[in-house]
Design a protein around this ligand. Sequence first.
Ligand SMILES: [Fe+2]
Length: 333
Amino acid sequence: MTAPIDVARPLPGAAFGATVRLSRPLNEAMPDGLPQALASAGGLLLLPGLDEITKDLRLLVTMSYLLGPEVEDYRTLLTRVSMAHETVPEIFMVTNMVPGSRPPPLRPEPPLTADGKLPVQYPHRKGWHTDQSYRRPPPDISLFYAVSPVAKERGQTIFASGTLAYEALPPDLEAKVENLQGLHCQPGTGRGRTEAEAGKTPPTILPHQRSQPQPVVRTHPITGRNALYLCERSQMDWFDGPFVGLEPGPYGEGARLLDALMTHYTSPEFIYVHEWTQGDVLVWDNRCLVHTATWYDAETEQRMMWRTTVRGNPGALYAGEKRSWIPEEVAAE
Ligand SMILES: [Fe+2]
């Protein structure tokens, strides 16, 4: 059973996104028209007040299936087992609490901009990424539910619209990104910018951990609009990339182009900053947005967020591809 929704666009203070209010509680009826609302809002929806998910976790999974044919089971997809919820394995726990124990990002330096604002633009703000871009085919959509967020003005999630950023690219950058591919690496494989700048030799990795090329300009399979598809520091390969065919490494032509693109991508006019309230669900489209998290005090605050990941409509470019991150022997089982 489904129920109509009320959609208000855009999100406050942003040029994209929408707030979605349900006409019936989630445990009585699933919302109707979420995929259409997501596409028309440029890839970001806020659904406030869905606290019933905390009691009935399956509601988040059921809602995720409204947005695509497949919801990841984190037990079977090579994620650290402790990050998956023990009874609902489609839920990935983003938390500084045991057992996930993931620390928050560092504070930017300096913590505020010269005019006293939260820094949003790269390189002052770092950590920009789109989820699992080191996999081919990459995922479509993420849902993020605030079980227990931290207090306001920290622990935010910041989004940048790759569609708006692409459409406003200066002509010189637009000419450079046409047909260009980025090389995306799995964090933890020792191929990030930090390791490259330190002159380290990257460790040997297994075939299913290899960095994957992705188009820098990605055409959205539903809207047909082009968007920038890029990450930065730890989710690009800084040994063979960040771009295929450009001078590699952290000081080369590729690095200079990536810095210019990410600075443009995260200009304040393409940004939305989300201050979390308990019970919020954000739905974001990884095919056309990047996001990053902000600092909170992990010594005194505890944060628990649940994420699901929806796959299955990456676009014609990926048609028929085997999953890059599944080892051959597992795929053959
Ligand atoms: Fe993320």
